[in-house]
Design a binder for this molecule. Structure first.
Ligand SMILES: Nc1nc2c(ncn2[C@@H]2O[C@H](COP(=O)(O)OP(=O)(O)OP(=O)(O)O)[C@@H](O)[C@H]2O)c(=O)[nH]1
Ligand SMILES: Nc1nc2c(ncn2[C@@H]2O[C@H](COP(=O)(O)OP(=O)(O)OP(=O)(O)O)[C@@H](O)[C@H]2O)c(=O)[nH]1
Ligand SMILES: [Mg+2]
Ligand SMILES: [Mg+2]
Ligand SMILES: [Zn+2]
Ligand SMILES: [Zn+2]
Lengths: 211, 211
C-alpha cells in the first residue's frame, strides 16, 4: 500500500533524527477519551525533574490537549490531524522542527483517539503505548487485536470505575496478555498512586534501557 | 475524492432499496464504547413490539455486539470492517441481502467506534445518531465538530458517571447545540428510565414522520 510505504520511509527518517539526538520517542495511542492526556500530564509531573521532556499533542482540531499539557511548563507542540484519523510521520516530521531535540531526553507523542489506524502508521517512535479505559466496556481489548499485538505497553485505565460500568479490569488485562504475552500490561487509575508509580517506573526503566 | 464519490453512489442505491421497502434506516455512530450497543439493545426491547426491527452490527473483528443484540430475538446481521475504520455502503449493501426488507419497519445500524471517518461515509441511512459518553471527557464534542454538524440526533450518554470523571453533561449538551442548533440533543443513562423514554419517543416520532 503506497501510502503506508511512504509513511514508513518518513517514519524511519524521523527515528534517525531522534536517535542522532539521543531522544526516546513514545507513541501514545488509545481510544477516544481513554486518559491519554491525563497520563501524559502525570508523566510530565513525575518524570519532568529527572528527564528533559517534550510533547507533541495531536488533536483533530484546535489545541485543547496541547493547552492542558503546556500549563505544566513543558515544551508542547500542537498538531491537527483534521479529517485524518491518525497521526502520521509527515505531521511528526513537521512538529520535530519546532523542538530543540539535542536538549530532550524523552518525547511523548499523543495520537488521536482511534484503535484501528494508528496501528499501521509508524511515527518514528521507539515505544508504543496503547491506553484503553474500563468505561469503554471490557470487550474493548478483544475487539481490537491488531493494535494490542503491535504495542510495547498496554494500559487499562480508570480502573476505579470498573464496577460502575459492569466491567472487569482483570478480564481486560488477561485479554491483553493473551494477545501479546511479551508486554507489560498495567491497570491504572489517577486515584491509585501506586498504580501510577508502576507506570512511571515501567516507562523510566524502558527509557534507561533504550538510551 | 473517488472513494467517497463511489461510496455516495452505492449509499444512494441502498437508500433507494430501503425506500422501496418502506424501511427507515438509522446510522448509530459514536466513540468507542460510548454505549451504542446498549442503546440499541434498549431500543429493541422498547420499540420491538410496536415496530418490526432489524439490526446490522458492525465490529472490527468477531461478532460480539451482534451476539448481544441477537439474544433479544431480533434479526441481526454481523459485519466486520477489519482494517477499515468505518462502515461503508458496500458492507451495508451486502448485509441488506440477508434481511427480508419488506417485513422491516426500522433498521438499526451500529457503526464502529470512530468520531472522524463515519461522518464522510454515507450508508444509505435516513437518520444519523451520534453517541458520546461523559466518560470520554466533556471536551469530546468540541473536539469533533464535523460529526456533530452532520448528524440528526446527538446523545450524551452515561450521564450517571459525569461527576466521577469531572465532566459536565450540560457542557457537552451546550457544545452540541452550538455546533448544530437544529437537532435534538439528549442526555441519557441506563439508570434514568425517563431519559431513555425521551430517546424512545424522539426516535419513534421521527420514524413515524419519515414513514
Ligand atoms: N474516574 C477517573 N477518571 C479519569 C481518570 N483518568 C482520566 N479521567 C477522566 O477521563 C476523561 C478523559 O481524560 P483525557 O485525559 O482527556 O483522555 P484522552 O485519552 O486524552 O482523550 P482524547 O485526547 O480526547 O481522546 C476526563 O474527564 C478525565 O477527567 C481516572 O483514572 N479515573
Ligand atoms: N454507568 C453506565 N454504564 C453504561 C451505560 N451505558 C452503557 N454502559 C457501559 O458502557 C460500556 C460500553 O457499552 P457498549 O454498549 O458496549 O458501548 P458501544 O458503544 O457499543 O461499544 P463499541 O461497540 O465497542 O464501540 C459497557 O461496559 C456498558 O455496561 C450507562 O448509561 N451508565
Ligand atoms: Mg487527549
Ligand atoms: Mg457496540
Ligand atoms: Zn483511519
Ligand atoms: Zn478512518
Amino acid at each position: 500500500h503506497d501510502v503506508l510505504k511512504a509513511n514508513d520511509k518518513l517514519a524511519a527518517r524521523n527515528k534517525k533524527l531522534l536517535d542522532k539526538n539521543g531522544v526516546l520517542a513514545i507513541n501514545f495511542m488509545g481510544a477516544i477519551g481513554s486518559g491519554k492526556t491525563t497520563i501524559i500530564e502525570k508523566t510530565v509531573e513525575n518524570l519532568g525533574s529527572k528527564y528533559r521532556l517534550a510533547v507533541i499533542a495531536g488533536d483533530v482540531v484546535a489545541d485543547m490537549d496541547a493547552g492542558r499539557i503546556a500549563k505544566l511548563g513543558v515544551t508542547t507542540i500542537p498538531v491537527n490531524t483534521g479529517r485524518e484519523c491518525h497521526l502520521d510521520a509527515k505531521l511528526v516530521e513537521k512538529a520535530l522542527k519546532s523542538i530543540d531535540l539535542k536538549n530532550v531526553d524523552i518525547l511523548l507523542m499523543e495520537n488521536v483517539g482511534n484503535l484501528i489506524c494508528p496501528a499501521d502508521y509508524k511515527l518514528g517512535e521507539h515505544l508504543r503505548v496503547v491506553v484503553v479505559s474500563v468505561t469503554e466496556g471490557d470487550d474493548i481489548v478483544l475487539k481490537h487485536p491488531m493494535i494490542f499485538k503491535h504495542t510495547d505497553i498496554a494500559i487499562i485505565h480508570k480502573k476505579d470505575l470498573a464496577e460502575a460500568v459492569f466491567a472487569s479490569a482483570e478480564k481486560m488485562e488477561d485479554d491483553a496478555k493473551h494477545l501479546n504475552p511479551d508486554i507489560p500490561v498495567l491497570k491504572t487509575s489517577i486515584h491509585d498512586a501506586e498504580s501510577m508509580d508502576k507506570w512511571f517506573s515501567t516507562i523510566s526503566s524502558m527509557a534507561d534501557q533504550l538510551k
